[in-house]
Ligand binder design. Structure first.
Ligand SMILES: CC(C)(COP(=O)(O)OP(=O)(O)OC[C@H]1O[C@@H](n2cnc3c(N)ncnc32)[C@H](O)[C@@H]1OP(=O)(O)O)[C@@H](O)C(=O)NCCC(=O)NCCS
Length: 213
């Protein structure tokens, strides 16, 4: 079994990992014993996770997904903020079912989000920045609605706080805005010119921000 890397195990134990019922299991009659209890662990990624993470990224983001090379660069840029959600089921190999990658930005970056769209997120990383920018938050489509996305957000926010960063930022869609607000983010402004070619994946993008101190 893979080990937890980079996250405080004690704190994890107090906040989770919470059990996740498998699809289909919840509809079983009460008399039927639950034979498989699944758990989701949030942990920092390692280089050997990235091929599987790239496949998940493709299932989530399709044509907008990051390549293996791009994920390698993001992991190299800020390893502690590249978090994975790993599903553990008895008798089965752990599976990566969610991810998010944090990068550092300065507060005045980018001048134009339209320009940002043409850059690879890894190339926007600035080690001197005090803003934790969250790229690629996503959960396997078959496991959504089980708070995995919220836990990924919360753990990444904790990484930012431990590093004494000042803000966390992300670009949310109309659909993910409620989730991000649940984690404490507030809308800074709409980004109507962003992702015009990808409105199916990112409808009505907005910049959201959370002060960390
Ligand atoms: C957004 C996303 C990561 C949420 O993951 P999750 O594990 O389902 O999240 P949680 O269970 O913690 O929270 C569920 C909330 O996510 C939001 N959500 C649900 N489906 C969504 C979808 N298809 N796309 C975006 N957000 C969605 C809703 O606000 C939902 O709240 P509700 O269940 O009360 O309606 C996941 O839906 C996803 O991967 N979406 C596609 C990629 C994306 O839009 N990423 C967000 C960029 S900031």
């Amino acid at each position: 079994m893979k080990q937890n890397h980079g996250l405080d195990q004690g704190r994890l134990a107090s906040t989770g990992p919470s059990p996740v019922s498998m699809p289909g299991e919840t509809s079983l009659p009460r008399a039927v014993p639950r034979t498989a209890i699944a758990r989701v662990l949030i942990r920092a990624a390692r280089p050997d996770d990235l091929e599987e993470a790239t496949r998940l990224e493709r299932r989530i983001w399709g044509r907008m997904s990051a390549t293996l090379n791009e994920l390698q660069r993001r992991l190299f840029a800020l390893p502690e903020a590249f978090l994975l959600a790993e599903l553990h089921r008895p008798g089965r190999a752990p599976a990566i079912v969610g991810l998010t990658n944090g990068l550092l930005w300065t507060r005045d970056f980018p001048r134009s989000y339209f320009d940002y769209e043409r850059m690879l997120p890894s190339s926007t990383h600035n080690p001197r920045g005090d803003v934790l920018y969250l790229a690629s938050l996503g959960v396997d489509p078959s496991l959504r609605g089980r708070r995995i996305g919220l836990r990924l957000l919360q753990e990444t926010i904790e990484v930012g706080r431990r590093r004494h960063l000042k803000y966390a930022r992300l670009i949310a869609s109309q659909r993910s805005r409620i989730l991000c607000a649940r984690a404490g983010f507030e809308v800074v402004r709409p980004l109507p010119r962003l992702y015009r070619q990808h409105r199916d994946l990112m409808p009505q993008p907005v910049l959201m921000e959370l002060p960390l101190i």
